[in-house]
Design a protein around this ligand. Structure first.
Ligand SMILES: Cc1cc2nc3c(=O)[nH]c(=O)nc-3n(C[C@H](O)[C@H](O)[C@H](O)COP(=O)(O)O)c2cc1C
Length: 273
């Protein structure tokens, strides 16, 4: 079985596949049909760019049929103004309806996360999806236990003050860890994978934006993520496997309130060079 199959009837020998291959394993010389370099299998990222960029449908990778590579429907792509408005309109949501998101929709969100970029196309983003509100509440309680430990250790007064307020809220029946959201989504990945933190955050961001497009609200659970990186009872309750690290958590549900305006943000901290 060859890594790359070229349909010589369809191939126009334009060399686009070779130019676009990120690891340069496709050799194209003298207008001949493209070939593979030695040990190409070892270097191939399986990113599928060679197949996806060929205007003639002349390539298959790992014998995966072209029907697994759907055509890009240009008419379905939103214009840049629509995207700009969409991105500016997303908000962190902290008040949720007591209504569960269907399992099918949650699965659709996770599935979309597969299309986020990952370092070397490793695709090592793992997900934990919590659908049980009691379990989520228990996770919050563990974060509060961790916060109580942290306030004794942290020297910075402002941080201690902020964290102490979380505990006071909790004791008054207000959950500021996951805000009573009906769902919690956690990403984890092998901690020895250099791109793992970025891979997880980008995949979660894809999910978050897609969720917004579906009328859902999300908010990053930063305290929970911090606790998940050191507090054993939480790591165990989350089910993070050995050798993995949690690289982000997001709460999710149907928003209770609608937003009408886009808030202001600081000017970008940019250096033009
Ligand atoms: C990494 C990260 C961690 C966050 N952690 C929390 C959190 O623990 N609790 C919370 O209520 N909001 C959290 N947020 C939400 C931010 O407070 C929010 O993004 C910011 O105030 C801007 O509001 P916006 O998302 O609506 O634009 C977090 C956001 C990020 C990106």
């Amino acid at each position: 079985m060859s890594l790359l199959n070229i349909d010589k009837e369809r191939c126009r020998r334009d060399g686009i596949c070779a130019k676009e291959c990120p690891t340069k394993i496709i050799r194209f010389t003298d207008d001949k049909f493209p070939t593979l370099v030695k040990n190409a299998e070892e270097y191939c990222l399986n990113c599928g760019h060679c197949v996806a960029v060929c205007p003639h449908g002349a390539l298959t990778l790992n014998q995966i049929g072209l029907d697994e590579f759907p055509l890009i429907e240009k008419d379905m792509l939103p214009n840049s103004e629509a995207i700009k408005h969409f991105l500016r309109s997303r908000r962190s949501i902290r008040t949720y309806q007591k209504k569960a998101v269907s399992h099918e929709l949650l699965a659709e969100l996770i599935d979309l996360g597969r299309f986020a970029p990952t370092g070397s196309n490793k695709q090592q983003v793992h997900w934990k999806v919590f659908e049980d509100t009691n379990k989520i509440h228990h996770l919050s309680s563990l974060v509060i236990d961790w916060v109580k430990l942290m306030v004794k250790k942290i020297p910075d007064e402002n941080t201690v003050d902020r964290m102490a307020r979380l505990v006071t809220s909790w004791e008054n029946g207000v959950d500021r860890i996951v805000h009573g959201a009906p769902h919690l989504i956690v990403t984890h990945a092998p901690s020895n994978q250099p791109s793992a933190p970025s891979d997880c955050v980008i995949a979660m961001t894809y999910l978050e934006l897609y969720a917004f497009s579906k009328g859902l609200g999300t908010c990053w659970a930063g305290y929970l993520t911090s606790a998940a990186n050191g507090y054993a009872p939480l790591i165990e309750a989350l089910g993070i496997p050995k050798g993995h690290k949690c690289f982000g958590a997001v709460m999710l549900g149907y928003p209770q309130y609608q937003y009408y305006r886009i808030p202001t943000r600081n000017a970008p901290l940019v250096t033009w060079i």
